[in-house]
Design a protein around this ligand. Sequence first.
Ligand code: IYR
Length: 229
Amino acid sequence: MSRYKPIRLDHQRLDPAQMEQISIQLLEQLGSRRSVRSFSDDPVPLVLIDRAIEIASTAPSGAHRQPWKFVVVDDPQLKLKIRQAAEKEEQRSYSSRMPQEWLDALEPLGTDAVKPYLVEAPYLVVLFAETHQIDESGSKSRNYYVSESVGIAAGMFVAALHLMGLATLTHTPSPMGFLREILQRPANERPYLLFPVGYPAERCEVPDIARKPLDQVRIRNLDSREADS
Ligand code: IYR
């Protein structure tokens, strides 16, 4: 007996004018997102974090394994531990591990090894990728397209937070094995990204950088259809 048991897709078409409207609105809203490195310590309702995780968890994934875990941290002691461990790694990265070319690429972003946002933001959300799963019987089964799947979920998480009015940063301390130890996660979970989440600080500054225009990120390989827009 096949385990494939399809159900009917529930899908309502929108009218094209509405679709166009939504696309403009989404571009405007998501276009104002910025990576934030300076957070207010104002509290954020936990339900918003949970909901952003539920939204992220709607991401498509290889063989529908949903190979992600979002660990939500608000304990000041734990945040401090994470900050100290991240800064220790980042200090080594900035002072000797990163080649000059990389340091030059980061210069316009104004980043360095000091990460106060890891204690300032009301939440740290640590995203882990599950390399494999342990099923009910205790046997190991592998996951598929893990980094693609987790990357899509991460993107949806970032978008959801922004649309809710919150700010985050896709922080990448490297190496970040310390997160598994501090958060006592099992060996099948690999730290993937660290998100401080909160409101931007009152006088938050961000680098003055622009996004690539559409014609630098989109290559069209079309028939002549719609070739003029
Ligand atoms: N992991 C370092 C360096 C860094 C890397 C990238 I890619 C950035 O966009 C910014 C910084 C850090 O988080 O500082």
